[in-house]
Design a protein around this ligand. Structure first.
Ligand code: DGU
Ligand code: CA
Ligand code: CA
Ligand code: CA
Length: 197
């Protein structure tokens, strides 16, 4: 648990510059609803964190409201980040890159947990995902390729799917993962590889 005194209200998106690391030391970061967003399904919200190419975000608790979560622009490492109550979504890949989420958890999304808006490799390792519409959504109507890798994770209570895409070139590999109540599991995904789940 994070002590109330260790909660920081973010008035303006925290930008982690290219190649830099932001270590939150386990503190909780919440969005100022008047400036970033209230964590509803409104699409006009700003992220709490913006990660430039090669940035690392670690040891952060993102509390309620979480606004538009985390946006990545290029390669990124997101390590030991906990979303206590997902806002519009938890993390969005905004520009091409290799994005790795290692450890941490996210829960309680009204629709999407992770949103993929650019060609990418998206690795999710040792992560706990609970209660959302879908865990991963490639932006509707897009046909670029994204490669999803899920390993060593626990996924529960997705209404629709673990991954949904409209792209016939996108692919998912899932290994060593426990899951239950994940809807269709793979929604319109043509390329699926699974083992030891
Ligand atoms: O289609 O582009 O949900 O990045 C409408 C929009 C929508 C995005 C996405 C996101 O897909 O806003 O949050
Ligand atoms: Ca959205
Ligand atoms: Ca929520
Ligand atoms: Ca969003």
């Amino acid at each position: 648990e994070v002590a109330p005194s260790d909660t920081i209200t973010v008035d303006q998106t925290i930008v982690v510059e290219a190649g830099d690391t932001f270590d939150g030391g386990g503190k909780r970061y919440v969005a100022n609803p008047d400036t970033l967003g209230d964590g509803s399904q409104s699409e006009s919200q700003d992220p709490v964190f913006r990660l430039e190419d090669g940035a690392t975000l670690k040891n952060v608790v993102i509390g309620d409201p979480a606004a538009d979560g985390v946006h990545t622009y290029g390669d990124a490492l997101v390590q030991n980040v906990v979303w206590e109550d997902i806002g519009e979504d938890a993390l969005t890949i905004k520009d091409d890159g290799h994005v790795t989420i290692r450890g941490g958890s996210a829960q309680n999304g009204d629709d999407k947990m992770f949103q993929v808006n650019a060609p990418s490799t998206f690795e999710i390792l040792n992560f706990t995902a609970d209660n959302a519409g879908k865990m991963i959504r490639q932006n509707g109507g897009t046909t670029f390729k994204t490669s999803i890798i899920i390993d060593g994770s626990v996924i529960t209570n997705m209404d629709e799917a673990i991954f949904r895409t409209d792209s016939s070139s996108s692919e998912v590999t899932m290994t060593n993962t426990r899951y239950s109540d994940v809807g269709e599991k793979w929604y319109n995904v043509d390329n699926v590889s699974e083992s030891d789940n």
